[in-house]
Design a protein around this ligand. Structure first.
Ligand code: 13P
Length: 258
């Protein structure tokens, strides 16, 4: 069975200007050791305006944290005022791009078919997508959670080859747990992440399902990280609020020491 190295990612959303971002990354790097980087991969996903500054810090100080983006447009260039293309991100040595975050889907109306085009465009530019899926509280209460996530995966991954799926990251983020302080129980998170893996098996085969990394996201904190990360089908965390401060993000990355 494939060895899946955990991936802990900090999604900063619309927080930190570039001065604050530089300070945060430097402070984070002082708190992490080579043992931490051996044990798990780390990425930070700052706002677009900070990408160049953070790239410079990571590269000049040889910090082994992957630079990530929160979103991108699916086209390479064109009249799309305010958008950023995957080629622009590639030039900044961005390695991971979050796609289909529930805030993009719910606030900006991104459809599964747009998400699918973005996943393809991200791969085309040599980067790795973190495809977000997850249900609302109403969908969970109506017993629709699994069907919603399955549809997001089937449509979001339509036409994408098995090897690419094997190399990517899926983040299960129940919308009711995002920014609310209400975390899914480790059992509930594990249950849905196992279903995500089953669904990937159906879409792309056994090998891909055993290689794909599945993150849990939604109110991950230093206090609950270890319990979540110890679940069989959870290979990482996509962290919002607790990734904004170096100390709390470092403690999540060091969950194995708890
Ligand atoms: P919180 O960790 O703040 O709940 O945010 C989760 C999230 O949306 C990460 O993408």
């Amino acid at each position: 069975m494939a060895e899946r190295k955990p991936l802990i990612s900090g999604n900063w959303k619309m927080h930190h200007n570039h001065f604050e971002a530089i300070q945060m990354v430097q402070s984070l790097s002082y708190q992490l050791s080579s043992d931490d980087y051996d044990a798990c991969d780390v990425s930070v996903h700052p706002p677009f305006t900070n990408l160049r500054s953070i790239q410079t810090v990571l590269e000049s100080d040889h910090i082994p944290i992957t630079l990530g983006a929160q979103h991108c447009h699916e086209e390479q260039k064109g009249a799309y005022t305010g958008e950023i293309s995957p080629g622009m991100l590639e030039k900044l040595n961005v390695g991971l791009v979050i796609v289909g975050h529930s805030e993009r889907r719910e606030i900006f109306g991104e459809s599964n078919s747009q998400v699918n085009s973005k996943v393809k465009a991200i791969f085309k530019h040599g980067m790795t997508p973190i495809l977000c899926v997850g249900e609302t509280i109403e969908e969970r209460e109506e017993g629709e959670a699994e069907r919603k996530v399955q549809k997001q995966l089937e449509e979001g991954l339509h036409g994408i080859g098995r090897e690419r799926i094997a190399s990517m990251v899926v983040a299960y983020e129940p919308i009711w747990a995002i920014g609310t302080g209400v975390t899914a129980t480790p059992d509930d998170a594990q249950d849905m992440c196992a279903k995500v893996r089953q669904c990937i098996k159906f879409i792309a085969g056994k090998d891909a399902s055993e290689s794909v990394r599945i993150q849990y996201g939604g109110s991950v904190k230093p206090i609950n990280a270890a319990e979540l990360m110890n679940q069989a089908d959870i290979d990482g965390a996509l962290v919002g609020g607790a990734a904004l401060e170096a100390e709390s993000f470092a403690r999540i990355i060091q969950y194995r020491l708890q």
